[in-house]
Ligand binder design. Structure first.
Ligand code: G6P
Length: 605
């Protein structure tokens, strides 16, 4: 939530920062701002409520330039979206400028103390207190000031800080929010995420909590909070600059949906070829666990729900729980060193997932994460990490990372089952064959894109769309429903087919659509009973199925999936559901990559 970027170098900082903000917009987009240190010897600040495009328009009217600058794209937490609440924030004397991602939990106390000392606050944000406090403490030594400020702040932060007295120094520090340092031939960067700097460099440092980076035009130094210099490894990112571009697609979401066959292939290869993921899986001592808890948020949680069905069926493991990380972190979970906690997160920075991980570790549990972003907090702090090979995912609503998570979870379940002696070598080989066939089958669904688009264009008028499924198809229904409501703003809920008669059926009326998912052959008849029940109450039905023997009658529309082993069917159904949601939203003309009120990376509670 909120994206920050900073640059110091030999080029004009402003276009570089604006381009970087474009790549960070997925983190928040209710306002944006930039501060450049130019020839004037002061900060030139332009801040604008609205999308980044509004800031760009403003910059055309009020052009600013400089060789150093910081920029911010905001997802409001404290204070409504407005010009004045946008970042960067400056202290009263205009000496220090700050961009902040995170939440300062003790800002009220700090603000009150500063106000008693006649410091005037112009915004309603928690972030402004950082700039004011920095000016209050400033004694000519910017790094010392930053350390003093950091020692007073409670909460989470990633900060970019500039001072008019140090026109060639950009300082960064973080706690519980991500920050990377990029090194290029023409200058140095700070950024919330790698895509923001990819067009300039693939060489990055990952900042740890309470580490300070001091950036100059041609050098970067790192210090700990005691002002001692430290060394950090320079890492090379494997993502290509193209991977953070739309490449001709109207939206990142569509591009990312279409990338799924490749993402599945790369992720599967990383775990069954000679990739790092295979080594990690081999290292796991599965026999030591008597409980598995899978925990995550949003779509990552839904992939955990799928995994529970797969683990139960393949491993016959007695205790597998799936928990929302936001609930798990506060429930005083009964876990110990014999528990494996599986954390799933595209970003590796979701605040609740990080908290769940730390809580699990403090109770002695072993933590295994499934993460997309290398260098992220979850990937670094968990005991074991499997990386999804999804590449950068920019659209707020996840698609390809979800698919990659499923693939790794299937493979993990197979590994567990083998190690626990629940699978013969023959069955293992059969399952692996099924998994390696998934990318090809995903291609077959993408070939139906025109039909899905056509059908979706008839669905924009529905008041409510319900998703039903039984067993593992119910897990897919959860994701289908989430995807649709996230981007189309149509009310939607997912139900287990058997639950329909326990309440939901009262909501079925003429202008509702029911999307029924059916890949469990043995339950096909049951879900079709549900379909009949909703049709007789006036609903329209879309059936997504690989198990239907023939196309049902004309009352039912259908997306047919390739035949697939029941437990891996979510990987196919979900692609059809993603395309359906995408085209419903596209037909409504919505801003699909940046749905209202949402942010891709929820780094605050
Ligand atoms: C947000 C995103 C979702 C994502 C969830 C968890 O809500 O919009 O697409 O599933 O966060 O994020 P994570 O990075 O932990 O997977």
């Amino acid at each position: 939530m909120c994206g920050i970027i900073g640059y110091v170098g030999s080029k004009d900082a402003v276009p570089i920062i604006v381009n970087g903000l474009r790549k960070l917009e997925y983190r928040g987009y209710d306002s944006a701002g930039i501060a450049a240190f130019g020839k004037s010897g002061f900060f030139d600040v332009v801040k604008q409520k609205g999308r980044l495009a509004a800031l760009e328009a403003r910059l055309t009217d009020y052009p600013v330039e400089g060789f150093m600058g910081i920029g911010h794209t905001r997802w409001a937490t404290h204070g409504e979206p407005s010009d004045v609440n946008s970042h960067p924030h400056l202290g009263n004397q205009g000496k220090i400028a700050v961009v902040h991602n995170g939440i300062i939990e003790n800002y009220k106390q700090l603000k009150e103390r500063l106000e008693r000392k006649n410091v005037y606050f112009s915004s309603q944000t928690d972030s402004e207190v950082i700039a004011q406090l920095a000016e209050y403490y400033y004694n000519g030594d910017l790094m010392e000031t930053v350390i003093k400020v950091a020692n007073r702040l409670e909460g989470s932060y990633a900060l970019g800080i500039m001072c008019v007295d140090a026109p060639d120094i950009l300082i960064a520090i973080k706690k519980d929010n991500p920050l990377i340092i990029g090194i290029s031939e023409h200058g140095q960067f700070i950024a919330s995420d790698v895509p923001a700097v990819l067009e300039h460099t693939n060489k990055v440092y990952y900042l740890n909590d309470k580490e300070i980076a001091v950036l100059k035009k041609d050098s970067v130094q790192f210090f700990n909070i005691d002002k001692e210099m430290i060394k950090k490894p320079l890492e090379t990112v494997t993502w290509s600059p193209d991977s953070a571009e739309k490449c001709g697609y109207p939206h990142f979401m569509l591009k990312e949906i279409m990338e799924q066959p490749k993402v599945l292939r790369d992720t599967i290869n990383s775990a069954i070829g000679n990739g790092k993921n295979k080594n990690v899986m081999n290292k796991l001592d599965c026999s030591k666990f008597n409980k598995i808890v899978i925990t995550a948020c949003g779509s990552a949680y839904n992939s955990g729900v799928v995994a529970k069905y797969v683990f139960e069926r393949l491993c016959r493991f007695p205790s597998i729980e799936v928990e929302l990380a936001s609930e798990f972190r506060y429930k005083d979970a009964v876990i110990d060193e014999r528990t494996l906690v599986v954390l799933i997160s595209q970003s590796g920075e979701t605040a609740d997932t990080i908290a769940a991980m730390r809580e699990s570790k403090s109770k002695g549990a072993v933590t295994l994460s499934i993460v997309n972003v290398v260098g992220s907090t979850v990937s670094k702090e968990s005991d074991f990490c499997l990386f999804t090979a999804a590449g950068p995912e920019i659209a707020v609503a996840t698609t390809k990372a979800f698919s990659a998570q499923l693939a790794l979870l299937y493979l993990l379940a197979i590994q567990f089952a083998v190690k626990l002696g629940k699978l013969t070598q023959e069955s293992e080989q059969e399952l692996l064959k099924e998994i390696t066939a998934l990318p090809g089958k995903a291609d077959k669904i993408l070939e139906q894109i025109d039909d899905i688009q056509k059908y979706a264009s008839t669905c924009v008028g529905y008041k409510s769309i319900f998703f039903i499924g039984r067993n593992i198809d119910y897990a897919t229904a959860l994701e289908g429903s989430l995807k649709l409501k996230e981007i189309s703003y149509i009310h939607s809920e997912a139900y287990a087919g058997g639950e329909l008669k326990h309440g939901t059926i009262s909501l079925i009326e003429e202008d509702t659509l029911v999307v029924a998912i059916s890949n469990c052959e043995r339950l096909y008849g049951k879900i079709m009973n549900n379909v009949e029940q909703v049709i007789s109450r006036g609903a329209k039905v879309l059936l997504i199925s690989g198990s239907a023997e023939k196309t049902p009658d004309e009352r039912i529309s259908m997306i047919r999936l390739p035949a697939v082993f029941e437990l891996f069917a979510p990987s196919l159904s979900v692609i059809a559901l993603q395309l359906f949601s995408y085209y419903v939203a596209a037909n409504k003309g919505l801003d699909i990559d940046k749905p209202r009120n949402l942010a891709k990376s929820v780094t605050v509670e």
